[in-house]
Design a protein around this ligand. Structure first.
Ligand code: ATP
Ligand code: MG
Length: 521
């Protein structure tokens, strides 16, 4: 008989898709009361592996054992029966249903045969309270920002009272406060004997939460180490080499202001926002929950309206609330919500990469398909997009590789003012460095880059100048040399002398979408 604490064991699992060996041979085991981290590069096979446990995929070969017995997990019901709950990397909620309906989807409490709404909402409220998210059980999921979606997913998984809880990058979109809350929930579950499979690209979370780590590379499990293993060693196991310089910013010569934003105001959301980004410059934007960073850049890009102020590129005004005008002026936006706004999931990698360029090319009356293909190939190689070929549908790329495609699309488009909103979310440590190198190339060629990030070390490491937003206003600006974690945080929390906030509380629906706290590492 095997170890009585063993909940699950995977032996030599293999899984292929047409033209892709997603998993070659993976061994893995999970014990009661542990957090077992799965670590690997984008496309290594982590999500595919956990989908064998949740019943979303069945393996081509290999064995899965639960409590020492071989099992077949052929659907969600099988997984549920075995006490396995999964929080997927892609959100699985139904946008038009309420939060409570989503949490209890398919197992709503009933009374006399009809759904007992009252009870369902009361039970949902308890779960939401437990994960510490302030959202009404009756709110439609469609209205929630990405961080709250994630918290609802977590509440849903908790409602299953599982013995095995699988979490695929649950912290990618959370604020540092929410991460802490999640960690304390996971620690309690661990004490109760639950086995947790945890996937993350934030290496510092491994020592903070994990017990063991299994490293997956190219579809194979290449090692199992304790979670206390030093980060450099984890990186080496994961990417097969060490990374010398995590933030390789090379400052470019700066020219005149390319993007000038003056007095931008959207009543109740952001106020009197003024700044400029020069040619050759990377300007970082830091801030806390509800600071209004995403809202401002969406307005600059024309995706949302504003009430007062101006946006100018290279001296020419850009029409308000008009994405076409912003793009024609050379502005590009890599949005924080890639699935919702950045990609056409059922189109190929090549088509997605060409989306922006194609638009300008057709406008000029000629489409250079061959040139497009060559350019797409080059950028995909530079970003290290892991794919079967340029014809692969973006839907079937791994999460991090989808993000690379969103970035690549704008890099190809001769963007002069590139706005990046949480660009490296879900990107592995090695690929991050490649993205930073491309940012260097862009600025060396005279482009202006505005980068929002909740990853404070990233903002500090890659920006030439840092703007700090608080409560819908620019609270201050720091040159790279003076931008320390403490200096940024002091401004972000509204140090003495910071302008007071006339806007409604930061819990208003608009300010929730994508306003994450800065995450200290
Ligand atoms: N349905 C599918 N059809 C074809 N290929 C697929 C499919 N699902 C996954 N793949 C491929 O399997 C490989 C592993 O993907 P997976 O999503 O497991 O990676 P991952 O380790 O989770 O990466 P990330 O860190 O980016 O989320 C990738 O090359 C991906 O393109
Ligand atoms: Mg994944």
């Amino acid at each position: 008989m095997s170890n009585p604490d063993e909940l699950l064991r995977i032996e030599g699992i293999r899984k292929t898709f047409p033209g892709v060996v997603a998993l070659d041979s993976v061994d893995f085991d999970l014990r009661r009361g542990e957090v077992h981290v799965l670590l690997g590069e984008n496309g290594a096979g982590k999500s595919t592996l956990i989908k064998m446990l949740s019943g979303a995929f069945t393996p081509d070969s290999g064995r899965i054992l639960a409590g020492g017995q071989e099992v077949r997990i052929q659907g969600a019901q099988d997984a549920e029966r075995l006490g396995i709950a999964t929080i997927y990397q892609e959100f699985n909620l139904v946008p038009d249903l309420t939060v409570a309906e989503n949490i209890f989807l398919g197992r709503q409490p009933r009374r006399f045969g009809v759904i007992d709404r009252k009870r369902m909402e009361a039970e949902a409220a308890v779960l939401l309270e437990r994960v510490g998210v302030r959202v009404s059980p009756r709110a439609r999921v469609r209205e929630l920002g990405i961080a709250r979606l994630q918290m609802v997913e977590i509440a849903k998984a908790l409602s299953l009272d599982a013995r095995v809880l699988i979490m695929d990058e649950p912290t990618a979109v959370l604020t540092s406060e929410e991460v802490e809350k999640l960690f304390s929930i996971v620690r309690t579950l661990r004490e109760d004997g639950v086995g947790v499979v945890f996937i993350t690209h934030h290496l510092e979370e491994i020592a903070a939460l994990g017990d063991r780590v299994t490293v997956v590379r190219d579809g194979r499990s290449v090692g199992q180490v304790p979670a206390s293993t030093p980060e450099e060693e984890l990186v080496r196991l994961m990417v097969g080499r060490s990374i010398e310089q995590q933030y390789p910013r090379e400052r470019a010569e700066t020219g005149p202001a390319l993007l000038t934003v003056e007095g931008l105001t959207r009543d109740g959301v952001f106020h009197d926002v003024s700044f400029e980004v020069r040619a050759g410059e990377v300007v970082g934007v830091a801030g806390l929950v509800g600071a209004g960073r995403t809202e401002v850049v969406r307005a600059v890009f024309g995706a949302d309206p504003y009430d007062r102020g101006t946006v100018t590129v290279d001296g020419t005004g850009v029409r308000r609330h008009d994405v076409g005008a912003a793009m024609a002026a050379g502005i590009g936006l890599v949005p924080e919500d890639r699935k919702g706004q950045g990609l056409v999931l059922d189109a190929s990698v090549e088509e997605n990469l060409g989306l922006v360029t194609l638009r300008s090319a057709t406008r000029a009356g000629l489409v250079d398909l061959k040139g497009q293909h060559t350019a797409a190939e080059r950028i995909a190689r530079q970003l290290g997009v892991r794919m079967a070929g340029l014809g692969q549908h973006v839907r079937t790329l791994s999460g991090g590789n989808q993000q690379k495609v969103v970035i690549g699309k704008w890099l190809l488009a001769d963007t002069r003012v590139l706005i990046l909103d949480e660009p490296t979310r879900g990107i592995d440590v090695g690929a991050k460095v490649e993205i930073y190198r491309l940012v260097n190339e862009l600025t060396a060629a005279g482009a202006a880059v505005l980068m929002i990030s909740s990853d404070l070390p990233e903002v500090l490491g890659m920006s030439d100048r840092v703007l700090v937003m608080a409560q819908g206003r620019i609270a201050g600006e720091l040159p790279a040399g003076e931008a320390t974690q403490d200096a940024v945080m002091a401004l972000a929390v509204g140090a003495p002398g910071a302008p007071s906030d006339p806007s409604p509380s930061p819990t208003s629906p608009t300010s929730q979408t994508g306003t994450e706290a800065s995450r200290g590492h």
